[in-house]
Design a protein around this ligand. Structure first.
Ligand code: PBG
Length: 326
């Protein structure tokens, strides 16, 4: 005889409506942040597909505006911008030039779509000739001399109208330096979303093609975190919170869901997660081979972020998901 009192999980899975009644997590347009790559160019028609990220583009300002208009019509609420300057130098001047490409893109998007939350990625690597996220001396990335440059970049972004800045460099003390500089410049209300728990990951490969930010020597392992470590991630989170971070980000996404969960359980601050370029490219490549159902895998991976406790999700699938949610 089968006992009548054993757990019958299937009772609540009997129909879609029943499953939806007991559904614990869901992804909405409110959760999603779309990354865009904007290029400094005189060619308004410039729109170049990133070969390792099918469906993602480097865009001129004009093309960015067209792309964002379409996404806003589909329900886009927030985006994050990466700039690719025409000229790079040792100290990444383009990052903090008021006429730099990201500053121009921020002004354009805020003028055209005032309701859109425009976030600026704050880093130097797209702007430096050596491709590192800070100032370099004897092939070593200098921590403290870099802080001032990052702070200048954040202020330039806020001045251009950015709704939020997102330091992704992993220098120690950058959140404090940026907070102080923003406050000094009168941007007390500009939040900081810090890439707090950011690993030195092989999953960033395709991004470096997209942002043209491959380090010209060495790697980022002396500043980004070592993938085997989790306690150290919590130490990074505490530091960034104490320095004034408003939102903590974990990056990459799926391979680091344990960190999303730990941050969620330990702090009351909003938690963001970045489904990075390599995660995007892997799904795309498998889907193009008809090996997986693309939207099925995308929605499952995004709801996994919610289940792990993330509030905000940065993903290159944002535009596709907005269309699917409509
Ligand atoms: C800049 C930055 C990177 C990413 C976001 N901001 C690259 C890196 O640290 O090398 C990666 C995003 C992605 O892979 O999608 N520091």
């Amino acid at each position: 005889m089968i006992p009548s009192d054993f757990f019958r999980g299937r009772r609540l899975r009997s129909s879609l409506a029943m499953r939806e009644l007991v559904r614990e997590n869901m992804v909405t347009a409110n959760d999603l942040i779309m990354p865009y790559f904007v290029v400094e160019t005189d060619d308004d028609s410039f729109k170049k597909e990133i070969s390792s990220m099918p469906g993602q583009y480097q865009l001129s300002l004009t093309q960015l505006k067209i792309k964002v208009a379409e996404a806003v019509a589909d329900g886009l609420k927030a985006c994050i911008l990466f700039g690719i300057p025409a000229e790079k130098d040792e100290v990444g001047s383009g990052a903090y030039d008021d006429m730099g490409i990201v500053q121009k893109a921020i002004r354009l998007l805020k003028d055209t779509f005032p309701e859109l939350v425009v976030i600026a990625d704050t880093c130097l690597c797209e702007y430096t000739s050596h491709g590192h996220c800070g100032m370099v001396k004897n092939e070593y990335v200098q921590n403290d001399p870099t802080l001032n440059l990052l702070a200048k970049a954040a202020v330039a972004q806020a001045k251009a109208g950015a709704d939020m800045v997102a330091p992704s460099d992993m220098m120690d003390g950058r959140v404090a330096a940026i907070r102080a500089a923003l406050d000094d410049a009168g941007f007390t209300n500009t939040p900081i979303m810090s890439y707090a728990i950011k690993y030195a990951s092989a999953f960033y490969g395709p991004f470096r093609e997209a942002a043209e930010s491959t380090p010209q020597f060495g790697d980022r392992k002396t500043y980004q975190m070592d993938p085997p470590n989790s306690r150290e991630g919590m130490r990074e989170a505490v530091a960034d919170l104490e320095e004034g971070a408003d939102i903590l980000m974990v990056k990459p996404g799926l391979p680091y869901l344990d960190m999303v969960r730990q941050v969620r359980d330990t702090f009351d601050t909003p938690v963001a997660v970045y489904q990075v370029s390599g995660e995007y490219s892997m799904i795309k490549a498998a889907a193009q081979n008809d090996w997986i159902d693309e939207m099925g895998v995308v929605m499952e991976s995004l709801v996994a972020f919610k289940r792990a406790g993330a509030d905000l999700i940065l993903t290159y699938f944002t535009e596709d998901v907005l269309k699917a949610l409509k």
